[in-house]
Design a protein around this ligand. Structure first.
Ligand SMILES: Cc1ncc(C[n+]2csc(CCOP(=O)(O)OP(=O)(O)O)c2C)c(N)n1
Ligand code: SF4
Length: 283
């Protein structure tokens, strides 16, 4: 925890709410999503739209990481990236679409620099970043079996640039810059992740908060030991899809919760989650 402090002298100019992210952040505690509200993971006045499903999803991710003080989030351009500087997480920003290439190099460098420590790398990016413009770096990191987690914040479109359709937009959906409706089906990207040999693949939504937390945790732990992992979080964008901010959770329910893991990943998860047997009381 020594590394997690505000640099001496800097506390005089760093606003208190940023200092709170360090002092009262998720670091060094054994947290889960049920603990949200007992620590500070995000500055309240963050810049996302009211009701944005991305903000909620990122808060849930922050509460679920098994080792936040030793985790680096790799993000890229998109609505989520304007939130990252307000988050109590180490994060780096990659060129749009390049995040899995940057994460590959970072993970390898951390393994060489800190061979005795678990340093987790987690990509958090939009559907356009992961599955359209960043498709090649995403796929090749999986083909190379790079040991980090990729989380797609799937809001079914390019939101930050005003609402274009993406490969993840559902067929027939109308967005600002696709007024006739999308002509092709949504990409089955979680199936693509399985074919590309990801060791753990899950689809979930912030409407299932505890399940989301469990899946993110499992994905990070499997990526450490086994191979690449992928979590797809469906978090629709109220601004581009034109629904009221308080309807986000209701709309988020509209997705299938799926979980897939290789036998090796399953064995690891079972061993990590096995409850210790109660000691026998001698009569
Ligand atoms: C190299 C590059 N190409 C294109 C852009 C323009 N751009 C910025 S955000 C964005 C779309 C982001 O969509 P997505 O990844 O789905 O994230 P969202 O904003 O929906 O969360 C695009 C195309 C850019 N910033 N950099
Ligand atoms: S445009 Fe959509 S995804 Fe972007 S911050 Fe607003 S609600 Fe969230």
């Amino acid at each position: 925890m020594e590394a997690l402090r505000v640099s001496p002298g800097y506390e005089k100019i760093l606003p208190q709410e940023y200092q709170d992210l360090v002092e009262d952040g998720p670091f060094g505690r054994d947290l889960s999503v049920k603990d949200l509200g007992t620590f500070k993971e995000l500055i309240e006045e963050h810049p996302l739209c009211a009701g944005c499903g991305l903000g909620l999803s990122i808060r849930l991710i922050a509460a679920s990481l098994p080792n936040p003080e030793n985790t680096v989030i790799v993000g890229t351009t998109g609505c989520n990236s304007i939130l990252m500087p307000q988050l109590a997480m180490h994060n780096v920003h990659a060129l749009f679409g390049n995040q899995n290439a940057v994460a590959s190099g970072l993970k390898r460098a951390l393994r060489l620099r800190y061979p005795e420590k678990n340093k987790d790398v987690v990509v958090v990016a939009g559907d356009g970043g992961v599955a359209d413009i960043g498709l090649s770096p995403t796929m090749h990191s999986w083909f190379r079996q790079e040991k980090f987690t990729t989380i797609m914040l799937d809001n079914e479109g390019y939101s930050n640039t005003g609402g274009q359709e993406s490969g993840m937009t559902r067929q027939g959906m109308i967005v600002n810059m696709a007024p006739l409706g999308k002509k092709f089906p949504k990409m089955p990207f979680h199936e693509v992740a399985k074919v590309a040999n990801c060791a753990y693949v899950a689809t979930v939504t912030p409407a299932r908060a505890r399940r989301l937390g469990q899946m993110v945790r499992r994905a990070v732990l499997v990526a450490r030991e086994v191979g690449p992992t992928y979590v797809q979080i469906f978090c629709p964008c109220n601004t581009n899809y034109k629904f009221a901010p308080d309807e986000t959770l209701e709309k988020s329910k509209d997705t299938e919760i799926t979980e897939y893991m290789t036998p090796e990943a399953q064995a690891l998860i079972e061993s990590l989650e096995k409850k210790p047997k109660a000691e026998k009381v001698q009569s």
